[in-house]
Design a protein around this ligand. Sequence first.
Ligand SMILES: [Zn+2]
Length: 167
Amino acid sequence: MTAHTHETDVQELKRAWLDEAIKLATNSVTNGGGPFGALVAKDGRVVAIGNNQVTANLDPTAHAEVSAMRAACRQLDSFSLEGCVLVTSCEPCPMCLSSALWARIERIVFSADRHDAAVAGFDDRKFYDLFEKQPESMWPMAVEQLDLPNRTAPFDAWLAKSDRIDY
Ligand SMILES: [Zn+2]
């Protein structure tokens, strides 16, 4: 009974956060941003919010999820979002998924999916396809490795640094 009630509470909290993220996304449109909103929560409370600011900030990486994670890190004074939930109005694109992995996000909750976004002209599906189905040789961007003799010098310096903060 208690466990079941707790589970219901958790689900309701996630729905409430998701509803807030959707409202952030809708407000973002009104305020000149893209139609995406996100928030980061920890221990049952919202830590930070974000909306899409790609065109407003001339920043192609300023997706709602990245904006929310940056704000959450500042709020928590940490580069790790371990134990945090990323709640976003729409399924995260590959960049945001990657960013969440790097941030050590524990869980992602979203509502609209990549197909809903495509209907609105946001076709992230082609980037999912790049990662999931296409070899790098078929990407619209060249990825080239040049083997320079000092290629590991930065890592050597890092490993030799006694006061480094591992992450
Ligand atoms: Zn994204």
